[in-house]
Write a protein that binds this ligand. Structure first.
Ligand code: TNX
Length: 516
């Protein structure tokens, strides 16, 4: 009788356990629509993954992640049997777009349907978050997922983060980890800030001193570093495998001291710029390991300036498959306004001639923008509005909300606070459609959370500032504002602490959240 009972209990539908319910409800970014049906799908040793040939890469990625979470490594097959995980590009509705997915889970099957591999990939991210947590070692051969349906697609096409690898250099391995952390929250853009006064971080074959000299320094005087073009390609390919587009930034015409130090004869403007300074400040053309900004500029009078810009943009554009090139354009405090406008207009021509769309920080609003340009709002509503009036699209990176380098409060061990102290609730409670009143929804590309690294030295430092704030910015980019609110979000966020511990993420234990 004992064995008969056992068989019966295995075959009768199992109700969702409390752990599976919590996991099912903790998805960040919050999906558009979720319904629970109260039963359980089990991942076991006999679970298989069924995927068409164009989905083999994402299927392998799913298998690796399941192995990591459960210790079980499902085999990839082509025939659907009971208990399979099915990835399919057939039958997705049109409104899922190119990034949406549906996740249909019943006791016999877990199925992700999407129009494009990106949607399947995002469905997989959801699956990674909804597998019930286990503490009971004796039952590690069965992992529960609550049954139900999730239908989901993003609000905005631009869900980004920026990593400043110029103020402090981060290795290829660090950038890959950063990419993995971003993809867990369905972020699809990584903007790399590849140059600044303190360091130049990408090999330019026609101007080798940029890395031989300009790449050898960073804030505080460390040894710096740079990516060879091969390493950059490796980062780009890794990002592509996570459906993340790399946006390279070379900051022009200011924030350029590392290049001036590398090629003083060719690029350094005359001494007038130094003499105009009224208080002690860094000197253009000398290595800069401090954090002051706005003292360096290219000169439109130097014969080689535009040759330099053309060479740099051409070389980087040729190894960047994504459609964008970011020209910086911020805080060019020692560039005359007329020159600044000339510069940005020229940069736009050069970027376009190399087949890319120009992005710049909001100050580029002063130049001749059109609907093919993108301005990144960080500080000035006036600039953002002007850019929008000129037809440009706007990326929202408000420094008072989305800057990941701001301290949480006055006790934060690293970070700046010139824009604000930003606790996790404040970083979550805003919306791009209401922040700058005159900008219409159709001109908003989405959101991006920049991590400037003046005070950020290690991967642990990155994680401390990025978590728990980044998931909230990701949710603002993905989830419609109509279904977002802090009270609901903070419960889901609390339950992500369990996931972060497993991923060894060194997060800030904000007192605003009752961490699980
Ligand atoms: C302003 S925001 C900058 C950066 C600094 C950052 C520090 C912007 C476009 N420029 O150069 O790193 O503040 O928070």
């Amino acid at each position: 009788t004992a064995s008969i009972l056992l068989v019966t209990s295995c075959d009768s539908p199992r109700v969702t356990s409390p752990e599976a319910k919590v996991a099912f409800e903790r998805v960040i970014p919050k999906p558009n629509a979720t319904t629970s049906t109260g039963k359980t799908f089990l991942i076991t040793e006999s679970t298989t993954i069924v995927a068409a040939s164009e989905l083999q890469d994402v299927a392998k990625y799913l298998a690796q992640n399941l192995q990591h979470i459960t210790g079980i490594s499902p085999t990839l097959t082509t025939n659907v049997t009971k208990g399979a995980i099915v990835l399919s590009l057939e039958g997705g509705s049109a409104d899922l777009g190119s990034e949406g997915y549906t996740l249909q889970i019943d006791e016999d099957q877990l199925k992700i349907v999407a129009n494009k591999p990106a949607g399947i990939f995002y469905g997989i991210q959801t699956v990674r978050q909804i597998i019930a947590d286990k503490n009971d070692k004796s039952s590690r051969d069965e992992w529960e997922v609550a049954t139900g349906t999730i239908t989901d697609h993003p609000e905005y096409p631009w869900r980004g983060s920026m990593l400043d690898v110029a103020r402090h250099f981060f290795s290829v391995a660090d950038v890959k980890r950063y990419i993995d952390l971003l993809s867990f929250y369905k972020i699809n853009i990584l903007h790399l800030h590849l140059s600044d006064d303190q360091g130049w971080r990408i090999e330019i074959k026609s101007w080798p001193n940029l890395t031989a000299i300009g790449g050898q320094s960073q804030v505080g005087g460390g040894k710096g570093g740079f990516y060879t073009q091969e390493q950059y390609k490796e980062i780009v390919a890794y990002a592509q495998s996570r459906f993340i587009t790399i946006v390279p930034e070379i900051d022009l015409p200011g924030h350029i001291n590392a290049a001036l130090v590398s090629y003083p004869g060719e690029l350094l403007p005359g001494p007038s710029i130094v003499l105009e300074a009224t208080k002690p400040r860094p000197v253009a053309g000398r290595p800069h390991i401090g954090t002051e900004v706005g003292f360096s500029t290219l000169s439109i009078k130097k014969e080689l300036t535009f040759k330099f810009v053309e060479d740099v943009i051409r070389e980087i554009a040729s190894i960047t498959p994504g459609p964008y090139f970011h020209v910086g354009g911020d805080e060019a405090a020692v560039t005359k306004k007329a020159d600044y406008i000339t510069f940005i207009n020229r940069f736009k021509e050069i970027v376009n001639a190399n087949g890319k769309i120009m992005i710049g920080w909001e100050e580029i609003a002063q130049a001749d923008l059109d609907s093919t340009s993108i301005a990144q709002f960080w500080h000035s509503q006036d600039h953002a509005n002007t850019a929008a009036e000129k037809g440009a699209k706007i990326i929202f990176s408000p420094s008072t909300k989305a800057y990941l380098d701001m301290q949480y409060d006055s006790t934060s061990r690293i970070g700046l606070h010139w824009a604000a102290y930003i606790e996790v609730d404040s970083s979550y409670m805003w919306d791009p459609t209401t922040l700058v009143s005159e900008i219409e929804r159709k001109q908003i590309m989405g959101v991006e959370a920049p991590l400037w690294t003046e005070t950020v030295v290690t991967m642990d430092d990155i994680e401390y500032l990025v978590f728990p704030r980044l998931p909230g910015i990701a949710e603002i980019g993905w989830t419609s504002s109509a279904v977002r609110n802090w009270e609901d979000y903070k419960v889901r966020l609390a339950n992500h602490a369990v996931l972060w511990r497993k991923m060894e993420i060194d997060f800030y234990r904000s007192p605003k959240v009752s961490w699980a």
